[in-house]
Write a protein that binds this ligand. Structure first.
Ligand SMILES: [Zn+2]
Length: 336
């Protein structure tokens, strides 16, 4: 297609465990944003192959519908699934498809289904990391996106080249949601299953669904009025002590990971928090992480530099649209 029309315009998708969203990225402006609930495994009796076929159909049909309203040929898709970032093969998605490995050559299927478009598919936290490019960052360092939503993941990126380091064989980096974790409430450990089917992963306690599972446990009478993340966030915003105590318990597994990350890779100068859970709590989420990092400080650093983590851990300045923007920037960059 003639690229002179729509050369800086891309159709963008953000497909997560809760919402499927679409929009048009024109320069750095998002327009015509639409969303619908994500189809859930088991809710309407669909099995995973049916959900995957429906995903491809949804993308192709939505792209054709947008093409009647906008001029574009590039399409960027951010998918809430673990992917081999080198080959593009989608590997698994605990939030979308539950436990197990469900390989899906999504870009190939989309190209076959709608060859008029140039499709670029990337993992959601990679898209969120790409959305950080173009801002003013410390030179000579790397950035990281940490997303906390239905799932949890962490990804580093070079702010100059946009390079995302990946495992040379498996094409992965930063799937921290599925690292072993320990959750404690008032001195007692709690065991909970992760969406991937394994007990006591970070996501089992710190993801949106994890927090809501914890709220169903008989923790304390004063927490009975909270059933959802938005309700708990409202309690925290109102200064409710037990709500803030629970938030700290839920961010503690992530604080421990950030402590290990800072120890192992000090070249990451900024970690930017994003995702539905982070944005539900807002600044209180970051403050909770920092409280936990005060309790377990970085050896030989925190005592000498008490503001170390406060300077390095930030909240995204584009709440909720990072994956859409990053998917579009990626689609436009790789086409050039
Ligand atoms: Zn897991």
């Amino acid at each position: 297609m003639d690229n002179s029309a729509g050369g800086s315009v891309a159709l963008v998708f953000d497909l997560g465990g809760t919402w499927f969203r679409s929009g048009i990225l024109d320069g750095d402006r998002l327009t015509d944003v639409r969303q619908r609930p994500a189809p859930r495994r088991g809710v309407d009796g669909s099995d995973v192959p049916q959900l995957q076929r429906a995903l491809v159909r949804y993308l192709v049909e939505t792209a054709e519908a947008y093409r009647t309203r906008h001029v574009f040929d590039r399409v960027g898709v951010s998918l809430g699934a673990a992917m081999n970032g080198s080959s593009g093969l989608v590997l698994a998605s605990a939030p979308l498809w539950g436990p197990g490995r469900w390989p899906l050559p999504l870009a190939e299927l989309l190209t076959a289904g709608a060859p008029r478009f140039s499709w670029a598919v990337l993992n959601d936290v990679s898209a969120q990391a790409v959305s950080l490019l173009g801002e003013d960052w410390p030179t000579g360092s790397r950035l990281a996106a940490l997303t906390v939503s239905t799932g949890i993941a962490y990804r580093t990126i070079d702010p100059v080249t946009g390079h995302i380091p990946l495992d040379a064989v498996h094409g992965l980096q930063g799937e921290i949601g599925h690292l072993p974790a320990r959750f404690e409430w008032r001195g007692a450990a709690l065991d909970l299953a992760c969406d991937c089917g394994v007990a006591n992963h970070t996501s089992a306690f710190a993801s949106g669904r994890g927090i809501e599972r914890i709220l169903r446990e008989p923790l304390a009478a004063e927490l009975d009025r909270y059933r959802t993340v938005p309700e708990l966030a409202a309690g925290c915003a109102a200064g409710d002590g037990p709500a803030l105590e629970l938030l700290d318990a839920c961010t503690a597994p992530l604080a421990r990971l950030l402590l290990a990350q800072a120890t192992l890779d000090p070249t990451v100068a900024r970690t930017v928090l994003m995702g539905g859970v982070v944005h539900a709590f807002g600044r209180l989420y970051r403050e909770s992480l920092l409280r936990n990092l005060d309790k377990d400080p970085l050896y030989l650093v925190s005592a000498a530099d008490p503001g170390y983590f406060g300077e390095r851990i930030l909240i995204s300045s584009r709440p909720g649209v990072e994956a859409l923007v990053g998917a579009g920037l990626h689609a436009l960059r790789i086409g050039d």
